[in-house]
Design a protein around this ligand. Structure first.
Ligand SMILES: [Zn+2]
Length: 155
């Protein structure tokens, strides 16, 4: 269905540009609404502005992921070992069960800093921005002993 009157016969490029702008406007609104939700991962991104190119990259990346664990990380629904401790009503352990360091096994540690072989192989570089930090750690899920596949990611 066209948003233009039938008799106006707009240039196809104008139509495509207009449709693109409508989609981008919708995405901006969705991002703003998402930041207002009561989600634990939104706190990392409150100061991150909407960027069309980053969202486009994220859409492309998401379409390339076929593993449900990787998609769970991108969507913010994967959990860390520390999170599972809390969800089970336990105290959060003070020692990472993978590397043995005296640090709680929270998202940031497991995703970017854990030295355990099973978690460190395939670690991408630590991202500079919070958006990339929160959403691109799906890469850590590559490999046969993925923390994502084992459900150990997310605070
Ligand atoms: Zn560790």
């Amino acid at each position: 269905m066209s948003i233009y009157p039938i008799h106006s016969n707009p240039d196809e490029a104008v139509v495509k540009l207009t449709e693109h702008k409508v989609r981008e406007s919708w995405r901006r609104v969705q991002f703003a609404l998402w930041k207002r939700q009561n989600r634990r991962d939104r706190h990392y991104l409150l100061d991150v502005p909407y960027e069309e190119s980053r969202v486009s990259d994220a859409r492309k990346l998401y379409s390339l992921t076929s593993d449900s664990h990787q998609r769970a990380v991108m969507l913010g629904s994967a959990h860390s070992t520390a999170c599972y401790d809390k969800m089970r009503g336990h105290e959060v352990r003070e020692q990472c069960p993978f590397c043995g360091e005296q640090i709680p096994p929270v998202w940031e540690h497991l995703s970017w800093h854990c030295s355990a072989e099973q978690l460190s192989s395939g670690h991408p570089e630590v991202p500079e921005g919070e958006l990339q930090n929160a959403k691109s750690s799906y890469l850590a899920g590559r490999g046969s002993h993925s923390p994502l596949k084992e459900g150990h990611i997310r605070p």
